[in-house]
Design a protein around this ligand. Structure first.
Ligand code: ZN
Length: 142
């Protein structure tokens, strides 16, 4: 008999289960509508324990970023861009930027980083922005 591995702890495991399906989820409060990340057993806005997991769009903007030049983790080869991305739903995630350079304030979308034997990690890449007058598409800038 094989049992599935447990990822994280009882509070974070739903997050990792969703990541295995390439779904990004954050907690949502049924009482006040607040979204939050990282997960907690209660709502940071109103204190309710009516928090559950909800899929998010995976779109956001770069709140801050820096390039890492020193090796901190054995399986994370520098250089790479560490960033804080603010999701459309509000929460900010510490994550990585991949692909083309994206400025602070630039729009991004989800891009999963696969890890053998582990749930993938959410990362973000430049997201083309459709210009309102239909003139064309700009890459990653608002
Ligand atoms: Zn709440």
């Amino acid at each position: 008999m094989t049992s599935e591995p447990i990822w994280g702890d009882p509070i974070t495991e739903p997050y990792w289960r969703a990541a295995l399906e390439h779904r990004l989820v954050v907690q949502h409060c049924a009482t006040c509508g607040h979204y939050q990340f990282y997960p907690r057993p209660f709502c940071l806005s109103c204190g309710s324990d009516a928090v559950s997991w909800k899929d998010v769009t995976g779109r956001g903007t770069v709140y801050s970023k820096t390039r890492i030049w020193l090796q901190v983790l054995a399986d994370l080869e520098p250089p790479y861009v560490l960033a804080i991305v603010e999701l459309e739903e509000g929460p900010r995630l510490t994550t990585r930027l991949v692909g083309d350079d994206v400025p602070i304030g630039g729009t991004v979308e989800l891009a999963w980083l696969e890890r053998p034997g582990k749930p993938p990690l959410p990362a973000f890449r430049s997201r083309p922005t459709v210009i309102a007058d239909g003139e064309g598409v700009q890459s990653g800038l608002t």
